[in-house]
Design a protein around this ligand. Structure first.
Ligand SMILES: [Zn+2]
Length: 353
């Protein structure tokens, strides 16, 4: 019966390779209410035409999910003292260090030692990115999903760092960089259309594996040393995902920054370290890494390409976005409400570097 408790939904990813056995100690998971809304959005997207304004559907959605080039993205905290908020700001700013036409405004005040705060009772958006520390796990919505009223209304967190306000974990900086990568519009590198992780993951159980639960009610190797596969592990506590949720969170994505960049990048901060049992041959594949702690050269090129400085690049990107909006808003109303927040942001923000 103990194993019926502790239900957790969401994306579970190991951040370190030190976890023993099949344990997934550090988790990145979206709360169930957000997962439900995102699933509804994905369902709407799947009904859109394959091409939008002449471009592949995934490319168009990916493009308008990012912020407008030149925008100032406002960030606010719910809780956290000045030192913690300052540490998160300094870590996140590394994304903008080289030739990136985007600003992050955290509302920090060195005189009063305060940062911009948002509250669950807010009825208007205090900020685009709303950080909390009180929910489970580390997670973030992707790009301007955080200001889509249908997904994350003003009083709802768009990013969470569980327990950072009590004590920061040793890898806190990598966690902040990873989650801000999502906030800037990037998906997981292991789901890149140019990655081969899909082929390298151990999806299925070893032959004749006998289902075995450990003291934490998680699936473990059986008495003969045979191991469960990814589906069996994630379908059981603490995650209890459906097969569809596993596919959504783990399988290759059609839309990613690969549209901007090309090859799979095993140095990316957006590539998580999964424990070795999740791979068919951990010692011999390019998906298995021992842990990236900083931005890769390609991460930096990617964010610069997503938010270009050159005026003509900005102009053509904005034109393209307008074309996507136009075609989306003329599409059946069932889908357009998922993009109203994105368009609103473009109207509100200037595009000056
Ligand atoms: Zn992530």
């Amino acid at each position: 019966m103990r194993c019926e408790n502790g239900i957790v939904f969401g994306l579970v990813l190991a951040l370190t390779s030190s976890s023993p056995g099949l344990a997934l100690d550090r988790v990145e998971m979206l709360p169930p209410q957000l997962l439900t809304k995102l699933a509804a959005k994905q369902q709407r997207i799947s009904t859109l035409p394959q091409r939008i304004a002449g471009k592949p559907r995934a490319y168009a959605i990916n493009s308008i999910t990012r912020w407008q080039p030149g925008a100032t993205v406002l960030v606010a905290f719910n809780g956290g003292n000045y030192e913690l908020c300052s540490a998160i700001e300094q870590a996140a700013r590394d994304w903008l260090a080289n030739d990136v036409n985007l600003k992050l405004d955290f509302g920090g005040d060195t005189t009063s030692k305060t940062y911009r705060q948002w509250r669950p009772t807010d009825s208007n958006y205090v900020a685009d990115v709303r950080i909390s520390f009180g929910e489970s796990g580390y997670w973030s919505l992707v790009g301007s999903e955080s200001v889509s009223v249908s997904i994350a209304p003003p009083g709802v967190a768009s990013m969470n760092f569980e327990g950072f306000d009590v004590a920061k974990p040793s890898d806190w900086r990598a966690v902040v960089l990873h989650e801000f990568g999502h906030a800037l519009g990037f998906e997981h590198e292991h789901q890149s259309p140019n990655s081969t992780c899909d082929e390298q993951f151990r999806w299925d159980d070893d032959p004749d594996y006998v289902l075995t639960l450990d003291a934490r009610c998680a699936v473990s190797p059986d008495d003969n040393g045979k191991k469960p596969g990814i589906y069996t592990v994630l379908m059981h506590p603490p995650n209890r995902w459906t097969r569809r949720q596993i596919d959504t969170n783990m399988r290759r994505l059609a839309n990613s920054r690969a549209f901007l960049l090309g090859p799979f990048d095993r140095q990316s901060i957006m590539l998580y370290t999964f424990p070795d049992w999740m791979y068919k041959a951990p010692a011999n594949n390019d998906c298995y890494i021992s842990g990236n702690t900083g931005l890769s050269a390609q991460d930096r090129r990617g964010v610069a390409a997503a938010y270009p400085l050159r005026a003509e690049d900005v102009k053509s990107m904005l034109k393209e976005r307008q074309d996507f909006y136009l075609e989306l808003s003329s599409n059946a109303g069932s889908s357009s409400k998922y993009f109203e927040g994105y368009k609103r942001k473009d109207n509100l923000r200037g595009n000056n570097p």
